[in-house]
Design a protein around this ligand. Structure first.
Ligand SMILES: Nc1ncnc2c1ncn2[C@@H]1O[C@H](COP(=O)(O)OP(=O)(O)OP(=O)(O)O)[C@@H](O)[C@H]1O
Length: 240
């Protein structure tokens, strides 16, 4: 469903190598966690996947479509929730949801059903008539999550999704992620919360200094880590 082939990205005229020749192959129905310390290259990788940053080298395929050659076709299959919900402060919540639904061509009856369902679940339904500028950080994040789920993407990409969510919303989001994968859809997310990755993910990749240094199921990661048991220990051992 998602394939990265030898992608690299440098910043500051090549002086900072943020992502260094990485490969990933994520299947439909997988929930895949992308872990790494601060500055490891997670956000840069995600931005290359969703078409916001052009890789210096390499290719990204979503459902066998090259993101940088057929970007509209590829983007129609995904939703992206960034780590910082910077959205149009002057719009009302409902206007933003309709705008995103229009972009994805979601029919009126379908969008209404999804908007109701997710905005009720995330407890923001009452606020949809207010302008986004009046929302808290968590409410903006929940609005972005709602908007990202309206067109029922085949690939759901989230950058640090648990940050800023209250425990109930974080629980609900984890349930949504798991359910989507059970339906054969794919979830790719970055996180610093190792317990979430450990409990939720089918597979995990650990990135450090732009390179993938470990990848596999929890079992596979454990088998390479001798007596180290928790993901926290494996992570600390690999990235120290
Ligand atoms: N716009 C930019 N200009 C220059 N350097 C950048 C830029 N964006 C990121 N970097 C650098 O690229 C490297 C990777 O950054 P990136 O944001 O991808 O890491 P990250 O794993 O998402 O980190 P964090 O967990 O702190 O969000 C870091 O060294 C960072 O300082």
């Amino acid at each position: 469903m998602l394939k990265l082939k030898n992608i690299s990205k440098t910043y500051s005229k090549g002086t900072i190598k943020a992502v260094d020749n990485i490969d990933l192959d994520i299947k439909s129905g997988e929930i895949f966690g992308f872990l790494g310390p601060n500055g490891a290259g997670k956000t840069t990788t995600i931005k290359m996947i969703v078409g916001l940053l052009k890789p210096d080298t390499g290719q990204v395929f979503i459902d066998n479509i090259d993101v940088w050659k057929n970007s509209l076709e590829a983007k129609a299959k995904i939703s992206y929730v960034p780590d910082n919900p910077e959205i149009y402060d002057k719009l009302k919540g409902i206007e933003y949801l309709n705008f995103i639904s229009d972009m994805y061509g979601v029919p009126k009856n379908v969008r209404e059903e999804k908007m109701n369902y997710y905005s009720e679940m995330f407890n923001i339904k009452e606020a949809l008539g207010d302008i986004i500028g009046s929302y808290s950080h968590g409410m903006k994040q929940k609005l972005v999550l709602t908007s990202a789920l309206i067109h029922d993407p085949q690939l759901f990409i989230l950058d640090e999704p648990m940050v800023g969510l209250d425990p109930k919303s974080a629980f609900q989001l984890k349930e949504i992620m798991r359910k989507r994968c059970d339906e054969g859809k794919t979830v790719f997310f970055s996180t610093h919360v190792l317990e979430v990755a450990e409990k939720l993910c089918d597979r995990i990749a650990i990135i450090n200094k732009g390179k993938i240094i470990a990848m596999g199921t929890m079992e596979e990661l454990r088998s390479h880590a001798e007596e180290r048991e928790s993901l926290e220990n494996i992570f600390l051992g690999l990235t120290e």
